[in-house]
Design a protein around this ligand. Structure first.
Ligand code: GLA
Length: 383
């Protein structure tokens, strides 16, 4: 969508043109899953699918929101304590307002119009995109003195505190800092980052969507995070380590008697994934794409067997990707319990392989899976 179209939609809702229109993308993640909140490295990229917000300042203290894709409106006053909305989507905007106010920023009333083309519930972070678009729009509207990094952590705080998902920083960082044709190697311990070119000749980044949207995803996510904290605390009772970054499998084994087998497995996965991510980056820089793909499959096995955040639909797709020579690597992506498999596929074979794997999927689950071919796009920006 372009600025003129979004401005016209805004005007039909609010009676005048918006002051700013902002776009913020969803994200993929090539490798480094469930390690962003464990001081690991991740390798995400922004995609060419966006949440758009159009905004204008009001004369009063009212926040007026309209979400075009669900045709719902919501309104609240900045003078009242911010309350959660049963509609769901307003909470991402309210969460950003709350986080900005906690950060000491002063806001006034505004109108905000929301639309987008990021598949919701597919694990490509439409919520982080909405949070980043909102914080960026507020920065513009109220001339806030806030850095890109602080916008990222404000958007993350919105999700942690107001929405109630104790997520890491990856999704918001990728949405804000994305760069076309590049993946971001992000050190989640200190937010330092490097862009790596990622345009592989003849290879496409494909998402296979299970269309499974697991109702327990956010509570299970918070449980995984708590299990990791328990495991790290056990390791730290015996060893001087600041984070999982310095922990080893030997250390974990030495404290195994003090933790449950579930906590042991979660920690084993995290320690292995942090090392695997480093190896995968070395492969990528050396152009060893087959070795990179092999690491992706290993990540899937870890997420499925040790971290237990996969589901039968994701597992079936990955099992069938392994059988296809034209698929270099594949794994479930994001928080889990549904959403998409990310696969690196020889471009000429994408359609054939989709039909082949979908036939198996349909046979087992009685319905089709989805398919999106992704381009790596730019991060949050003014239109
Ligand atoms: C979700 C969270 C991220 C990250 C991934 C798993 O997308 O929002 O912070 O933890 O899951 O890697």
């Amino acid at each position: 969508m372009n600025k003129a179209e979004l401005s016209a939609l805004f005007a039909s809702q609010f009676g005048a043109e918006p002051t700013y229109v902002v776009s913020s993308p969803g994200r993929i993640n090539l490798i480094g899953e469930h390690v962003d909140y464990n001081s690991g490295f991740v390798l995400p990229a922004a995609i060419d699918k966006y949440m758009y917000v159009a905004v204008s300042e009001r004369d009063d203290n009212t926040i007026c929101m309209h979400a075009a894709d669900v045709n719902q409106s919501f309104q609240t006053s900045l003078l009242d304590p911010l309350q959660h909305s049963n509609l769901g989507w307003p909470n991402y905007i309210l969460g950003v307002i709350d986080a900005l106010q906690l950060g000491g920023y002063t806001l006034k009333g505004f109108n905000i119009f929301i639309t987008g083309n990021i598949p919701v519930g597919a694990g490509v972070s439409s919520s982080a995109a909405l949070e980043c678009a909102t914080v960026f729009a507020c920065k513009q509207l109220f001339k806030l003195d806030i850095s890109k990094e602080a916008m990222v952590t404000t958007a993350q705080l919105a999700e942690n505190k107001f929405v109630g998902v104790n997520c890491g920083v990856m999704d918001q960082f990728a949405s804000m800092f994305g760069k076309a044709d590049h993946v971001i190697k992000l050190d989640c311990a200190d937010l330092s980052y490097t862009y790596f070119p990622f345009k592989l000749e003849g290879i496409s980044i494909v998402l296979f969507d299970t269309f499974v949207k697991h109702a327990l995803a956010s509570s299970e996510y918070n449980t995984r995070r708590a299990e990791c904290e328990t495991g790290l605390a056990a390791i730290r009772q015996k060893y001087m380590v600041a984070s999982f970054r310095e922990a080893t499998l030997q250390m974990l084994d030495a404290v195994a008697v003090n933790i449950t087998s579930a906590v042991y497995n979660r920690c084993k996965y995290v320690i292995e994934e942090i090392a695997r991510m480093e190896a995968a980056c070395t492969h990528l820089l050396a152009g060893e794409i087959a070795a990179f793909g092999a690491r992706m499959y290993e990540t899937h096995t870890g997420l499925s067997k040790l971290y237990e955040v996969s589901c039968p639909e994701l597992d079936l797709i990955v099992e069938n990707c392994i059988l296809a020579d034209a698929i270099i690597g594949a794994r479930m992506m994001g928080g889990g319990f549904g959403g998409c498999v990310i696969a690196l596929v020889q471009s000429s074979e994408v359609d054939t392989l989709y039909h082949q794997i979908n036939a198996v999927f349909e046979n087992k689950f009685g319905r089709s899976m989805g398919k999106y071919v992704m381009q790596i796009g730019d991060g949050t920006a003014l239109l």
